[in-house]
Design a protein around this ligand. Structure first.
Ligand code: ASP
Length: 463
């Protein structure tokens, strides 16, 4: 008999069916055995009657065993109907059980929410944690959100372009991960902190509308709910003004919520707009939480924060780009910028989207002229030699007909976290790392063999 997915069992009511999956909860009731059985797409109650040829085996099975079951799909008697849940009105009368694999007793219960379980155990046995209903939902909804974005982008003439993982650093204000290049001893690739430079170069290349579900890697010290790698909906558009990017993004988010989360309400449309200065003065933060009722999981308070400063001081008091060095300057501040005056009051054409107190995304209209880009590097105190070495390709690309362009990069983990009402992004990432950047399941990072180190020409200083 061909396998039926449990979600489709109802259509077989009155006939026989074969299902495969895992034993969920088991209830031995003397002569009969009841158990819930699940596959990737649903659950159903199974009944093994005292006279079933499968009864002896049914008494042996334990939670998480993998079975192939054949049986008869019966409508439940009226009084046993469990309205409102999948297969609440049918059950499978088991005629045959084939054990495909047994299971050890799991380190935590899988048929209840694992939120209260210690995170170490959940991470070490992530493949078990992911079997739970909440985690399955989170990961499947994440896929739906990503699919929505992909389709939305494609409908609007964007093309998805994969950009390299092995590259030279792109400054996004964090430390980068580096990868030794075996064929060039002493040389390293950097993993992308974002595809920023490639997306801009895709504009120079004439694609006009680029997007990518992009993995970004940043080597940050443990700081709140961060992950060393995360995912952005990275996009870039040519011949646009800030207003175009904002309008495009706003429409996309309204449609996302309406399509996938109709139970949620956006507090205000068009999304309220504040300048960075106004937000700081009024709320003391550039990611204000504008919800009326902060305990209402269905309230979504989006807001735009505009006109961020171009430059800021880092902890050592040195000047750095507040967002990244590719943002263009507001026309009103262009003169100061070209003269190199009053640097910390120069504003960029840059914008953030915040939601319920989280920064969802940053973006800007970019520089597309060489002189202006060089001026940013000069003001950042980057020497001529370093400019050439690090960003020579950008400066050169801008001399070959670079169009005006701008973009944005909403963080997918955060969006899904908020929409799924989860307290942190680890709940919506299939295989996340701990706060210290460790993968407890694979035990990464780990040491490499002497042979590998030798090939790479690397010596470890074990101090
Ligand atoms: N690359 C930027 C970031 O990762 C986003 C952007 O400016 O489009 O924050």
């Amino acid at each position: 008999m061909e396998r039926t997915f449990i979600k489709d069992l109802k259509s077989k009511t009155g006939s026989e069916a074969s299902i495969s999956g895992w034993v969920d909860v088991r209830r031995d009731q003397g002569k009969m055995v009841f158990f819930d059985f699940r596959d990737g797409f649903g659950k159903v109650q199974c009944v093994v009657l005292p006279n079933s040829p499968a009864i002896a085996l049914a008494k042996e099975i334990r939670p998480e065993w993998v079975l192939k079951i054949e049986g008869k799909v019966n409508a439940r008697p009226e009084k046993n109907i469990n309205a409102g849940i999948l297969n609440g009105d049918i059950e499978l009368e088991v005629l045959n059980i084939e054990v495909l694999n047994k299971s050890e007793t799991p380190p935590f219960e899988i048929n209840i929410d694992t939120m209260p379980v210690g995170e170490e155990a959940r991470m070490k046995y992530r493949y078990l944690d992911l079997r739970t209903e909440r985690m399955q939902k989170n990961i499947r909804m994440r896929d739906k959100v990503i699919t929505f974005f992909r389709e939305y982008m494609h409908k609007n003439d964007f093309v998805e372009i994969e950009t390299p993982m092995l590259m030279k650093g792109t400054p996004e204000g964090s430390r980068e991960y580096i990868v030794p290049a075996r064929l060039f001893p002493g040389h390293f690739y950097a993993l992308p902190q974002s595809p920023q430079q490639f997306k801009q170069l895709s504009m120079v290349a004439g694609f006009e509308r680029y997007f990518q579900i992009a993995r970004c890697m940043r080597d940050e010290d443990t700081r709140g709910d961060r992950q060393p790698e995360f995912t952005q909906l990275d996009f870039e558009m040519s011949f646009v003004k800030q207003e175009n990017v904002l309008a495009y993004t706003e429409k996309m988010f309204i449609e996302l919520v309406g399509t996938l989360y109709p139970e949620k309400k956006i507090s205000e449309t068009p999304f309220p707009r504040l300048t960075y200065k106004e937000a700081m003065e009024k709320y003391g933060t550039d990611k204000p939480d504008l919800r009326e009722d902060k305990n209402n999981p269905n309230e979504l308070a989006f807001a735009w924060i505009l006109d961020f400063p171009m430059f800021e001081k880092n902890d050592e008091g040195e000047i750095q780009a507040a967002h990244h060095p590719f943002c263009s300057i507001k026309p009103e501040d262009k003169e100061k910028f070209m003269k190199g005056e009053d640097l910390f009051n120069i504003r960029a054409n840059s914008y953030d989207l915040v939601l319920n107190g989280y920064e969802l995304s940053s973006g800007s209209i970019r520089i597309h002229e060489r002189t202006e880009q060089k001026q940013v590097f000069d003001l950042l105190g980057i020497s001529e030699e370093e400019q050439q070495r690090k960003f020579g390709h950008m400066l050169e690309a801008f001399t070959y007909g670079a169009p005006p362009h701008g973009g944005f990069a909403p963080g997918i983990d955060r969006i899904v976290m908020i929409l799924q009402n989860e307290p942190n992004i680890r709940e919506v990432i299939a295989f996340p790392k701990t706060g210290e950047g460790r993968d407890l399941m694979m035990n990464a990072p780990s040491e490499v063999s002497e042979k590998q180190l030798k090939e790479l020409g690397i010596k470890i200083d074990r101090k």
